[in-house]
Write a protein that binds this ligand. Structure first.
Ligand SMILES: *Cc1c(COP(=O)(O)O)cnc(C)c1O
Length: 401
């Protein structure tokens, strides 16, 4: 397939955006037109190797065939019906997620921030009336609605938005003692990303998550893991909590959960689930048949193609490549890897490296100012992984020279 001659150029598309689209995103001046696996093409037909497909949503690369097929079949059968009815697809999707996690029940929505809003409401509804506070962590990221923004302990996201939603208390990520001191008889829950994504691919210190589990058990708090970025196979486990052997009471998912189609979910135990009682929470499009079929196809493809194992192997490859590079390149301060979630912490700003990679037709991301973040597809080939690493190595070595 080639781009039709009559298709608009990137410049045409950008002109339309300037006139008609709210300018709330920083965008590269490129219009992407189609994708396949870990490659994506722009309107001019230039091909890019994508180490950050769909901002972490395209866990199986662009247009994975089983997801495409599942959606194509479903879209011609039933696109959407409200949650006043049952659909086979939603039930099967909930079952598939439950069987791969802690045997819980699912509430479906359409995005990560919505899943976290549901978690926040569930924490308040499930615990005694005077309990409303939720402890979250510095460097965390939970989404852009006002509740989730209030849960996000990063001042840069709060500027000009106040007053924020009351009831969030911030603890330093990794500091169990400080967290313990923040618990009082108004505390309902602790909400945390088991590995911080947007905050820079930050790993929890040894024993920290287990300590939070104990703290929650001792004080009757809900432990809520935001696995919007880490979930569904990203780290080489179905869910990151499994890597650490610490099971939450509530888990939120989105990004990769439908293999690139919009979707979100909250999972919780059958004991806690009824607290989200009829009339107290809803999402009109939540668990719609298209998202559900895409979600099921995503889980099945990961299984059928052994992609969890592949994700772990790719993680080792990236760890090795960047460790070797760090020995030669003084710009790297630390490398943090969990399967296909990779952070390369630099001693300098990362934006120039992202730009240089873009010029070499490799798409990566920089977060927290100085952390190069890669969220490659689980089915990236070893050859593609090396090609991208070669480019990053060359870019960083030139920057250091
Ligand atoms: C991306 C992200 C969110 C927000 O998800 P949206 O779908 O953009 O609302 C929430 N939490 C984490 C950990 C994320 O990475």
């Amino acid at each position: 397939m080639t781009t039709a001659i009559s298709a608009p150029s990137s410049a045409d598309v950008i002109a339309t955006f300037k006139r008609y689209v709210v300018p709330n995103y920083g965008r590269y001046p490129i219009c992407l037109a189609r994708g396949e696996g870990s490659y994506v093409w722009d309107a001019e037909g230039r091909r890019y190797l994508d180490f950050f497909p769909g901002w972490g949503c395209n866990l199986l690369g662009h247009c994975p065939e089983p997801v495409v097929r599942a959606v194509q079949e479903q879209v011609a059968t039933l696109i959407h019906v409200p949650n006043t009815w049952y659909t086979e697809a939603q039930g099967e999707w909930a079952k598939a997620l439950s069987e791969r996690s802690f045997g819980g029940q699912a509430f479906f929505c359409n995005s990560g921030t919505e899943a976290n809003e549901a978690a926040i409401k569930l924490a308040r509804l499930h615990t005694p009336k005077q309990r409303y506070k939720i402890i979250t962590f510095t460097g965390g990221f939970h989404g852009r609605t006002l509740g989730a923004t209030s849960a996000t302990a990063q001042p840069k996201y709060h500027e000009g938005l106040g007053p924020l939603m009351a009831g969030f208390v911030y603890a330093p990520f990794g500091d169990l003692e400080a967290t313990t001191k923040l618990v009082d008889d108004e505390t309902a829950a602790i909400m945390i990303e088991p590995i911080q994504g947007e905050g820079g691919v930050n790993m929890p210190p040894e024993g920290f998550l287990a300590g939070l589990r104990r703290l929650c058990d001792e004080n009757n708090l809900l432990l809520m893991f935001d696995e919007v970025q880490t979930g569904c196979g990203r780290t080489g486990n179905w869910f990151a909590y499994q890597k650490f052997g610490v099971t939450p009471d509530v888990m939120t998912l989105a990004k990769a959960v439908c293999g690139g189609v919009a979707g979100g979910a909250l999972l919780t135990t059958p004991e806690i689930a009824p607290s989200l009682r009829p009339g107290m929470h809803a999402a009109t499009f939540g668990g719609n048949p298209l998202a559900a079929r895409a979600g099921i196809a995503t889980l099945e493809m990961i299984e059928q193609e052994n992609l969890l194992e592949n994700g772990l192997r790719l993680g080792e490859l990236f760890q090795q490549r960047f460790t070797e590079l760090a020995e030669k390149c003084p710009l790297i301060s630390e490398i943090r890897v969990a399967g296909c979630m990779i952070g390369v912490d630099l001693k300098v700003e990362g934006a120039p490296a992202v730009q240089a990679c873009l010029e070499r037709q490799l798409l990566i991301n920089c977060t927290h100012g100085h952390v190069l973040r890669l969220l490659p597809a689980l089915n990236l080939s070893v050859e593609q992984a090396h090609q991208g690493c070669d480019i990053i190595a060359d870019v960083l070595q030139r920057m250091a020279a």
